[in-house]
Design a protein around this ligand. Structure first.
Ligand SMILES: [Zn+2]
Length: 295
């Protein structure tokens, strides 16, 4: 990082829409990790929450790094830890701190677990929390696209539509279209940088420009060329690069539209300041999306 207040070296700025820097993996060197994300122009990070016990530590990280916003939630693989008092813990956390910008990560994981009924119950309860708090949700979905689609469609039918993001997208274009039709945003992780991830590549080519974001899900899933290492927020730049190559557009454009979508979904307008675009990008964007700038 340069002097305080120096502009980032890379622009437009970028949002890591899903990270877990509270994990032990970062305990020794988080200040250096933060220097690297700032050098890469990462201007905002959304921290996901795996269990309610993490909330105080995540809140402290938000005090330490002003560009950090966070979610409160219980991961589907932790559904066995659900308790009837948890919704109030989440609602109280939302009331206490406006840096809580989402509920999650919540969802269904039938790849690593078989407790479907329990997971559905915990998911429904957290969707209720998000509705009550008027916040978007961060959805983890693995081997459960049909069931999740049906649950979200039923909510929409009942006049309580869910808004939020399908995080770490790894599904098919058809599944992606189900969730786009339900109003959700698609978030791409390091998977999109993997050479053999052809199905995810197809999704990255097809997703509408104003409906995707980028994320690291760090410390997991480091993108190429860091595959196998600990992942970190700075590496979200590689995710943006891979999407630009797939969509045959400039990296600047991917950075700009993905950050704009993240700002819109999570209310990050104060953190995501858009610099003037290069002329050809500005022209292309004004032609396709008339004046959606929010700052
Ligand atoms: Zn996660």
């Amino acid at each position: 990082m340069g002097k305080a207040g120096a502009p980032p070296l890379v622009s437009p700025p970028l949002v890591d829409s899903h990270c877990h820097v509270v994990f032990e993996d970062f305990q020794g060197d988080l200040d250096t990790v933060a220097q690297r994300w700032r050098q890469q122009g990462v201007c905002a990070l959304v921290h996901a929450c795996v269990t309610p016990e993490e909330i105080p530590a995540i809140r402290q990280l938000a005090d330490r790094f002003p560009e950090l916003r966070y979610a409160v939630g219980l991961h589907p693989l932790e559904a066995g830890r659900w308790h009837e008092t948890i919704p109030n813990v989440f609602l109280e956390a939302c009331r206490q701190d406006e840096r809580v910008v989402a509920v999650g990560e919540l969802g269904l994981d039938l790849y690593k677990a078989t407790n479907v009924e329990q997971q559905v119950e915990v998911l429904e309860a957290q969707l209720d929390v998000a509705w009550e708090a008027d916040l978007p949700v961060i959805i983890h979905c693995r081997d459960a696209a049909v069931l999740l689609r049906d649950i979200l469609a039923a909510r929409r039918q009942a006049g309580r539509p869910v808004r939020g993001v399908m995080h770490c997208w790894a599904g098919t274009p058809q599944e992606m279209n189900w969730f786009l039709d339900l109003g959700l945003i698609i978030s791409f992780s390091g998977i999109v940088t993997f050479k053999n991830a052809k199905v995810v590549h197809a999704c990255a080519r097809q997703v509408p420009e104003d409906r995707y974001m980028v994320e690291t899900d760090c410390p997991f899933l480091a993108p190429t060329p860091h595959r196998g290492q600990r992942n970190e927020p700075a590496f979200v730049a590689h995710v943006a690069e891979a999407i630009a190559a797939l969509r045959q557009c400039s990296i600047a454009r991917v950075r700009q539209v993905s950050s704009r979508t993240a700002a819109r979904l999570f209310g990050l307008g104060a953190l995501v300041r858009e610099p003037p675009l290069m002329e050809k990008d500005a022209l292309a964007i004004s032609a396709s999306a008339p004046n959606t700038a929010h700052v």
